[in-house]
Design a binder for this molecule. Sequence first.
Ligand code: MG
Length: 171
Amino acid sequence: TGVQTCALPIYRIGIGYDVHQLVPERKLIIGGIVIPYHSGSLGHSDGDVLIHALIDAMLGAANLGDIGSHFPDTDPKLKGIDSKILLKKALSLITEKGFALVNIDSTICLQQPKIGQYFPAMQSILSDILNIEKERISIKATTTEKLGFIGKMEGISATTVALLKKSETEP
Ligand code: MG
């Protein structure tokens, strides 16, 4: 009787969600790719909505707080920063806590433009940063059927889940 204490790996799941306003005179950067479009995401950093949601999913899975607690948008050193740098730092944080990334799944929500053709390039970039195969990086997109702020093209959002594995066993 009693609880089994055999060598089960420890899995942790995390969710991340992010929104950015779409404005003229900004680049549209999603998943590290610059997408040709007349508007881009407003933000203290480069406004990469997918990478921000991914960072929050990874941090959440490791119970390490949120992206704002590690990379505050009041920090002048982070103004205009490439979000790929923040993702590398987030990977270091979860690695230091003994976690490895198993897989991620993401949905980017935007009315325009169509971005499916860029998914393989996004997967390559994220695969290089995260040191996992592209097969473990799922990226999807949807619209809101022209409803709400996304439908009116005032903003974009991304939701990501990340699964982490710790090689140690529960005490
Ligand atoms: Mg953001």
